[in-house]
Design a protein around this ligand. Structure first.
Ligand code: GRF
Length: 203
């Protein structure tokens, strides 16, 4: 599997993926780390591990389709066949998704379908949930919506603030995203409608 990881920020999930690839836990090569922001710290993480990087600023494109087409070109030029969104803050159009059918996955810091959107952890904390978590899912045209691959949950202390909960959830993210990618790399994931099957990991 030739993986492209797309980041817009810190890239702690990227770091976790890099560490698991280097440890031989994911049967993949990270072909490129891509960002829509040239100052994303994730790019620095990639460079320090000798991983190629690419940047295209979305602000230079007048519509999402043109930006997506430019991204597809760059990612394919690097040989990527699978795309992991890791804190990538752009919605993707069919121009992008149809270029990598069922090979685009995302991690969301809430137990979908609860708390989609950009403030999942804070929304869950404000709601007063007693169980929170994260979801790795295939990406479709709707935000935080595609078929679920794996979820992890953690108990929530009463009155916890969004930032504390975000840190708690992030530790889970760093475990389940590499797991999902390892399954994908080994060809163990199949889809039946919205239902994801993992060969050898089910009863
Ligand atoms: C994570 O919480 C992820 O679930 C969300 O964006 C955040 C990215 O964090 N999609 P990082 O850049 O991987 O540290």
């Amino acid at each position: 599997m030739k993986l492209a990881v797309l980041v817009s920020g810190s890239g702690s999930n990227l770091q976790s993926i890099i560490d698991h690839v280097e440890a031989g836990h994911i049967n993949a090569e990270i072909a490129v780390v891509f960002s829509n922001k040239e100052d994303a710290y994730g790019l620095t993480r990639a460079s320090s591990h000798g991983i190629p990087t690419a940047v295209i600023r979305h602000t230079e494109y007048s519509d999402r389709e043109q930006f997506d087409a430019a991204m597809v070109q760059v990612l394919k030029d690097h040989g990527a066949d699978t795309i992991a969104l890791a804190g990538f803050m752009r919605m993707l159009t069919p121009v992008f998704l149809n270029a990598f059918p069922m090979r685009v996955i995302n991690i969301h810091p809430a137990l979908l379908p609860s708390f989609p959107g950009t403030h999942g952890q804070r929304d869950a904390a404000d709601f007063g949930v007693r169980l929170a978590g994260c979801t790795v899912h295939f990406v479709d045209e709707k935000m935080d919506h595609g078929p679920v691959i794996i979820q992890a949950a953690t108990p929530v202390a009463p009155g916890v603030d969004g930032d504390t909960l975000a840190g708690q959830i992030l530790r889970l993210e760093h475990r389940i995203y590499p797991q999902a990618l390892a399954w994908l790399a080994d060809g163990r994931i199949s889809l039946d409608g919205r239902h994801v099957h993992i060969a050898g990991a089910e009863e």
